[in-house]
Write a protein that binds this ligand. Structure first.
Ligand SMILES: Cc1cc2nc3c(=O)[nH]c(=O)nc-3n(C[C@H](O)[C@H](O)[C@H](O)COP(=O)(O)OP(=O)(O)OC[C@H]3O[C@@H](n4cnc5c(N)ncnc54)[C@H](O)[C@@H]3O)c2cc1C
Ligand code: SF4
Length: 472
């Protein structure tokens, strides 16, 4: 602990955003980094708690008090080494993680947690800037071949760990580029994609081979593919969106969020469009159904495209402004969260159930809604209509796609329709096939995907070699 009285003397200070009126004119990131001196001062607030709850709240168990201390002391290079010992891609989590570590921080009892995510991001950004992040020389080749199917954060973390253990790693990805939802779901204004490309270059130099445009189980026979590898990791994500089966659902202008967001990400990335029916919010009244991260990304994207109005509907009641710490800390609390996209001009309404859509000439024009109570019972007399020319369904994902790869590999599913595999060995019911990330745990977070990828790599290495030194 560098500065014993830091938490008493220094106020919490976090990154700010550029003004909404400016940032909605582009798709670039808009978070303003803190100065080096300010980050050091923020790191000095860490109390190096006897029981560091932050360390447990973080899904990859980042050694937060250790690198806070290193930053305070100005040893950024060692801080980067420490950070990378638990997290392959801190520049991703430093930008898009909801930071459960900060919710767990002891100082959050006073609503002033250490700005852990900002410090993490500063460490890794500085490490790239100074050239401290290099391809890591891998050990002697083991002669074993591993296939990783799906290049989201889970697949990338697994592939990097396995290549560093000396295996010959091949990543198969159905899209034209790697990154999964990091590339095609999360908008550029939250995370610019050159950050992924920089990591891919590092991984290629470490010996990972990427095969793009290969949809395993559809354009490539899955059985044949796994026969030519010693082990296979399935990390295909949770891609089946939750639908809203109500009257009028078949009207034009009602789309899943993941039909809309990837189109814009491809435009920004100068990738050719995948279909010739662009979904655009410009000059439209947009309604986003679903109150989570995906819904928020639909708002930010719609605003940037020039929507006339954007309204977000959530069926659950409005959560409290502030949590009761004594009931929730150090766990992730349910409370009202306002994202940067919400601040860009969206209306939000809670406890709203959409009962039907109606339209003109086959195009959606109106949502017919009703208010519901906490038990999802309709409140009599609360019916109302909402104008909409574009409706985006952002109600989460139910499970991975079952057809294609999972069907042909005859992989057993769990009760929720995800791939069955436990977190001790990540093995599926099919010999030599493992699974990690959203495909195994259901829709989740980037940081959980990285954790699962790392742990699955540990399990695969142990399976192939009888022992492993990869961390879990
Ligand atoms: C719009 C949106 C915004 C989000 N925002 C955040 C956020 O801000 N912070 C956060 O922590 N989390 C966020 N999430 C969740 C997070 O992105 C996911 O939990 C995470 O990406 C899961 O990683 P994964 O590697 O398991 O799967 P994915 O990222 O889904 O990657 C799976 C990959 O597998 C490929 N694939 C699938 N099947 C096949 C096949 N048969 N053959 C070849 N390739 C295949 C897919 O093309 C994809 O590239 C968001 C999710 C969405 C949808
Ligand atoms: S809980 Fe907060 S104050 Fe304590 S060690 Fe972790 S970051 Fe530092």
């Amino acid at each position: 602990m560098g500065k014993v009285t830091g938490f008493l003397e220094i106020e919490r200070q976090d990154r700010k955003y550029t003004p909404a009126a400016d940032r909605v004119r582009h798709y670039n990131e808009f978070v303003i980094p803190l100065s080096e001196e300010t980050v050091k001062a923020q790191a000095a607030r860490c109390m190096n708690c006897g029981i560091p709850f932050c360390h447990n709240g973080c899904p990859v168990n980042n050694q937060i008090p250790d690198w806070n201390d290193l930053v305070y002391l100005g040893d950024w290079e060692e801080a980067s080494r420490n950070l990378h010992s638990t997290n392959n891609f801190p520049e991703f989590t430093g930008r898009v993680c909801p930071a459960p570590c900060e919710a767990s921080c002891t100082l959050n009892l006073e609503d002033t947690p250490v700005t852990i995510k900002t410090i993490e991001c500063a460490i890794v950004d500085k490490a790239w800037e100074h050239g401290w992040i290099k391809p890591e020389s891998y050990r002697d080749k083991t002669g074993k071949k591993v296939a990783v199917i799906g290049s989201g954060p889970a697949g990338l973390a697994a592939a990097q760990q396995l290549a560093r253990a000396g295996h010959s790693v091949h990543v198969f990805e159905k899209n034209a580029r790697a990154g999964g939802l990091l590339r095609y779901g999360i908008p550029d204004f939250k995370m610019e994609k050159h950050l992924i490309d920089r990591r891919l270059a590092q991984m290629e130099a470490e010996g990972v081979t990427f095969h793009y445009g290969v949809n395993v189980g559809v354009t490539q026979d899955a059985r044949q593919l796994i026969d030519s590898f010693d082990a296979v990791v399935l990390s295909g994500g949770s891609e089946k969106p939750r639908d809203l089966a109500i009257p009028g659902r078949d009207l034009a202008g009602i789309h899943f969020a993941m039909d809309f967001l990837p189109q814009q990400n491809r435009r920004v990335g100068k990738e050719p469009p995948q279909d010739n029916r662009p979904i655009l919010a410009a000059q439209k009244h947009v309604v986003v159904i679903g109150g989570g991260d995906t819904g928020s990304d639909c708002i930010g994207t719609s605003v940037r495209q020039g929507a006339l109005t954007v309204t977000q509907l959530e069926v659950m009641p409005q959560p409290p402004e502030k949590e009761n710490k004594l009931l929730t800390w150090p766990n992730w609390p349910l409370k009202m969260r306002t994202s940067s996209s919400h601040m860009e001009g969206a209306e939000r309404d809670f406890s709203v159930m959409t009962k039907s859509f109606s339209g003109e000439n086959g195009e959606v024009k109106t949502l017919h809604c009703v208010k519901v109570d906490g038990q999802m019972k309709e409140v009599p007399g609360s019916e109302f209509d909402l104008k909409a020319d574009l409706v985006l369904l952002a109600m989460g994902f139910v499970h991975p796609m079952h057809d294609g790869m999972l069907k042909s590999l005859e992989v057993k599913l769990d009760g929720r329709g995800n791939v069955e595999a436990n977190v001790m060995n990540y093995k599926t019911s099919t010999p030599k096939v493992f699974s990690a990330g959203d495909m195994r745990r259901g829709q989740s977070l980037v940081v959980w995907a990285i954790r699962e990828g790392r742990q699955a790599a540990h399990a695969v290495d142990e399976y192939l070699m009888g022992e492993t030194t990869l961390p879990r």
